[in-house]
Write a protein that binds this ligand. Structure first.
Ligand SMILES: [Zn+2]
Ligand SMILES: [Zn+2]
Length: 348
């Protein structure tokens, strides 16, 4: 998305000024909720990264450590399986689920941030979706012209793929989301729109006293607004802000800070260096100072840098991690900061 479309601008601005509707239990909650949050004792939340790359798969010897598959994160909350995004990493997760299930039915909740290719291309290759008896509940924000099912089915239309969505033999439910709160098998989930072409959802999960946020694709809105108002002068302003140790935040960015406050783990877009960003304003992604700033302001315990640029090799991703740690040190703060890497597992 090389240009910031008028539609993107309008929706970004509207979202920045729209209050988050918290506490609204929708009909969705009635459908998927059990008895509300579980007891706090003996609860576990575990993450595994199956895809961490942004934009397009980038396999090869230069991306072996951090991975080439596009976004897919498995989250286990006790016995419940949540999957964030259906990038090409979902194919590998699907094969793992088949082996682990030993023929037993698979039940999964797939929460999609948005429907750009890198977040859905694994779905046609998710083998559990083809097996009768498996149950998938799919969540996401509807498009401007298409409903949720149509958004997913489009990439499997006959011109693009040999099997259509309706031919998949699993049972599927679709739940359209806006900014809201709901429960999945007693697990508290909240959503918020973030700043990305066409908009994207981010998710917060709280369960058993543990919490994490998934913010896969997000551009700091402040710089987008300044770029527009200053007639393209973002580069100078950005560099001055960074040199001065301060980053501007818009209302929407402030809202994000509130949304993720005190989470144990934040997974956040970290696609660019500041220099790269200054040439890619409006493409919908963050330069590395932004997730660090947001994480520090929100009192996050651990930051996982995500959606690595396809042109960045492992060494470049490592340099970005080190740069983030330098920012944290310069602020005399403590924040665990790592790159999300394919295959990485962590207890929240
Ligand atoms: Zn993406
Ligand atoms: Zn995107």
């Amino acid at each position: 998305m090389p240009q910031w479309s008028g539609q993107y601008k309008k929706r970004a601005w509207e979202a920045s000024t729209r209050p988050v509707r918290r506490g609204r239990l929708t009909s969705l909650a009635a459908n998927v909720s059990m008895a509300g949050p579980r007891g706090l004792r003996h609860s576990h939340m575990k993450l595994k990264f199956w895809g961490t790359r942004g934009s397009i798969p980038s396999p090869g010897p230069d991306t072996v450590r951090h991975g080439g598959n596009t976004p897919c994160v498995e989250v286990r909350c006790d016995g419940t399986l949540l999957i964030f995004d259906a990038g090409t990493g979902l194919r590998v997760l699907g094969n793992h689920l088949l082996r682990a299930s030993r023929g037993q039915p698979i039940k999964a909740h797939l929460l999609i941030s948005h429907f750009h290719w890198d977040h859905i291309q694994g779905f046609p290759f998710f083998v559990p979706a083809y097996i009768p008896g498996n149950h998938l509940t799919i969540y996401g924000s509807e498009g401007i012209t298409q409903n949720l099912e149509a958004l997913l089915a489009g990439q499997m239309a006959a011109d693009y793929f040999p099997v259509e969505l309706r031919e998949m033999a699993s049972t599927r439910e679709f739940h359209s989301l806006s900014e809201e709160e709901f429960f999945i098998e007693g697990i508290r989930v909240r959503t918020r729109f973030v700043n990305h072409p066409g908009m994207a959802l981010c998710y917060r999960v709280d369960h058993g006293g543990r919490s994490f946020c998934y913010v896969s694709d997000n551009e700091p809105q402040y710089y987008l607004i300044r770029h527009s108002e200053d007639n393209g002068a973002i580069s100078k302003r950005l560099m001055m802000d960074i040199a001065g140790g301060r980053l501007g935040l818009s209302n929407m960015d402030d809202g994000l800070v509130s949304f993720i406050r005190d989470v144990d783990v934040l997974i956040h877009d970290c696609q660019y260096t500041p220099e790269e960003y200054s040439r890619k304003v409006g493409w919908g992604h963050s330069f590395y100072h932004f997730p660090v700033e947001v994480a520090l302001q929100a009192n996050v315990r651990s930051l996982l840098l995500f959606h690595h640029d396809p042109t960045h090799d492992d060494a470049q991703v490592d340099r970005i991690v080190e740069s983030c740690r330098e920012v944290v040190r310069a602020r005399s703060r403590s924040l665990e900061c790592r790159a999300a890497s394919e295959g990485m597992e962590m207890d929240v």
